[in-house]
Design a protein around this ligand. Structure first.
Ligand SMILES: [Zn+2]
Length: 86
C-alpha cells in the first residue's frame, strides 16, 4: 500500500480511502467534514468545485478549533437540564 496523503491543508493522514482526479486524495474524516462544509456553505451563487477548493485550503486544525469553540458555546448556552437532573 502506497502513501496517499490527504489533500486538506494541515491534515496529516497519509492513508486515504477516497480519490478525486480533480482534488486528489481525501481521508474519511475530511470527507465527512467536507460534506458538512458543503451543506452549510452551498448557495446558488457558488459552485461546489470552488467550495471544495476553499475547504481543502482551510487549515485542518483551524477548522477543529472553530468546531470546538462553537460546540463549547452552544453546550454552555443551551444547558441540557434533563441530563443535569439525573
Ligand atoms: Zn484529511
Amino acid at each position: 500500500m502506497g502513501v496517499m496523503p490527504c489533500s486538506k491543508e494541515g491534515c496529516t493522514t497519509i492513508l486515504c480511502d477516497r480519490y478525486s482526479t480533480e482534488f486528489g486524495y481525501i481521508c474519511s474524516d475530511c470527507y465527512e467534514e467536507l460534506k458538512q462544509f458543503l451543506a452549510c456553505k452551498y448557495s446558488s451563487t457558488q459552485n461546489l468545485e470552488n467550495l471544495v477548493t476553499t475547504f481543502l485550503e482551510t487549515p485542518h486544525k483551524a477548522q477543529y478549533d472553530v468546531q470546538d469553540l462553537v460546540e463549547g458555546f452552544v453546550e454552555g448556552t443551551f444547558i441540557n437540564y434533563i441530563e443535569d437532573d439525573l
